[in-house]
Each structure stands twice: as C-alpha cells, then as structure tokens.
Ligand binder design. Sequence first.
Ligand SMILES: *Cc1c(COP(=O)(O)O)cnc(C)c1O
Length: 386
Amino acid sequence: MNETAAHRVRAEIDLAALRANVRSLRAHAPDAAFMAVVKADAYGHGMVPCARAALEAGATWVGTATPEEALALRAAGVEGRLMCWLWTPGGPWREGVEADLDMSVSGMWALTEVTAAAREAGRTARVQLKADTGLGRNGCTPADWPELVAAALRAEAEGLVRVTGLWSHFACADEPGHPSIAAQLTVFREMVAYAEGQGVRPEVRHIANSPGTLTLPETHFDLVRPGIAMYGISPSPEVGTPADFGLRPVMTLSASLALVKHVPAGLGVSYGHHYVTSGETTLGLVPAGYGDGIPRHASGTGPVLVAGKWRTVAGRVAMDQFVVDLGGDEPPAGAEAVLFGPGDRGEPTAEDWARAAGTIAYEIVTRVGSRVPRVFVNERTQPGEM
Ligand SMILES: *Cc1c(COP(=O)(O)O)cnc(C)c1O
C-alpha cells in the first residue's frame, strides 16, 4: 500500500499534467505572455505548488482574485509579476504596494486608496485599469473611463502610480460566435485607444480567459489569463473535451472505503431513505461528504469507480460520508473509490460530476474542501518533459 492510500480521502494533484497544460496553452497563444490564474486555492488544486509549476512551465505572471491570495503567494516566496483584481474599500493597498503587486483598479475610490497607499509607502504602485466592456460585473464603464484615465495619469505624473496594464474580461467567450464577444472586443479596443491617446503606456493589454486563449486568437493581445484549462478541464464542454484541446485533468479525487457489508433487500440507505435496496446486495461506505465539498446535489446521481465498475451514490450525500451499492461485489474495506480523475483508468471525470450535480466542472474542483489533503505528484520537471 502506498503512502497516499492511507488517507481517508485525498486529492492527488499531478503537477506534470499542469505543466503540460501550460505548455499546450502557450502554444495556442505563442506571442502573448501567460498569466496563470490561481485564485480560490488554484481552483481547489493548491495555490502555491500550482503557481510554482506554472512558472516553471513558462508563465511569467500569476493572477489571483483577492489581494490576500496574492500576498500569500509573495510570502511563500513566489517571484515574478503577481496581479490581483478583487478589492474592497480599506483593502491592503499598502501591503500590495510593498509586495510589488499589480493591483487592478475599476473605479475612482480604488485609485484614491492606492494613491494614498503609494504616498505613505514612498513607492510607486503598479496599477492596471479594468474596463467593463460588457461583462456587467467589475470594471469601469465606458462613461466613467475618461475620469478614471485622467486621474490615473495625474497620479502617474506625481510618481505615485505606474499604469502597467489595461484589461477586461469576457461574458460569453465559452460560447463561440456569441455576439457579445465581438461587441466586447470593439469596446475594449476603443477604451484602450482612448487611454493610449491620453498618454497611458501600458505594458500589457489583456482580455482572454481559457476559452479566449483556446478558441479566439483575436483576443490574445499582449497576455492571456487562463484558469480552468490549466487544470485540464474544458472551458466549453460543448466545444471540446480536454483531450481535444490538448489538456489533461490535474486532480484525481479518491477515497478509501470505510466499510463493505452485506445487506438484505428492502433496506433504506442514508438520510431520508431515498434509496432502498432492490435485492440482497453489498454496500460500500465512501468516507467523504459535503463537508469535503462533495455536492449534496449529486445525491442519487454522482458516479464513483469502485473495483473496476462505475457505481452511483445511493441515497443522500451526508456531511462526511455517502454510500454506493456494490451489487454483491466484495472489495475489502480500504479499497479505492475514485470519484473523478483524468478518466483514463476508466474513472469518472469532474465533468461527469458536474452533469450529475447540475453545475459546471469549475465548481466541482474548486469546492473540494480544506479537509481533503492535496497530495502533489510529479513536483519536479523531468529531463525531457518538454
Ligand atoms: C477567473 C478569471 C480568469 C480565468 O478564467 P477561466 O475561465 O478559468 O480561464 C481570468 N480572468 C479573470 C478576471 C478571472 O476572474
């Protein structure tokens, strides 16, 4: 029995797969810099090891949502450019200036706070102005853009900020041909042209997420920002599988059966008795539940590979455990139950769980909880790995 098999439940993270995914994505956007998006603990995969692996494979930027995430990367010794984009008033701007973060600014309040922090720190803050080109979420609207650009240029003239980037984010890049894609690109080009016309000299202009990187070369500009594809999951399952895009899933979630037992027909299984055995059978107890991020919405539907066969969650997913009907098979306690992985050992994928739970694979991997140890494999780049 290997060392990982002793775990109740574990998420094995294949860093060689992550590095290969980064190289594959870079080949789709050979002229653009690569920002590895590692927000939300690298979509559940473990932020620091994933950031390091991506940098090893050629990423030169790392992106997070929150400043706390970016500061944690710096504290862990991650070098290179670190950008974060989800700020709230009173955020750690001073720490961000001192850690050399590239800090996104979507409105006047943020520019005011970052400028004040730069003055206090006695250093120039790196700022990237975010345009809302049609996502309708964060970002500065076209109407407010002239005021923000003017204020940023004044702060730049005082030496308080350096505008390192102009950027935006897509609403529907995962739906090829969606009219909003071309519309957003037009608005982005106009907002960039306006800022540059006023004297902004950004190092990077960027808008492409995973689907943009994989399917829309006209969106690559100076830098691409893939997240989900780096973890080997297709951003558009209708358009292509991971393999179609040259990607391989990085996470394998598995557990050791806690109990296998013979039961009679007519036995109600798990809370609410929503599953009742139809005949004599064996049940396997999988020691993972919604406390580990297994979606309760997958009650009665989630697929699990046990002893060479796909089984289905029998009855409800509880906080710490769920049951599968083994149909009379008798694997021993401790036998491996694979919830999802790359799929090449016959196991389900995160996409299968997304379908079973009525969500997207992004959520399936990201919600894997802190109670689940991440076991990193292939941490070192092997000679000849390229
Ligand atoms: C999450 C995120 C990304 C990455 O998106 P994917 O669809 O996972 O590639 C890129 N940019 C921003 C601003 C994001 O929030």
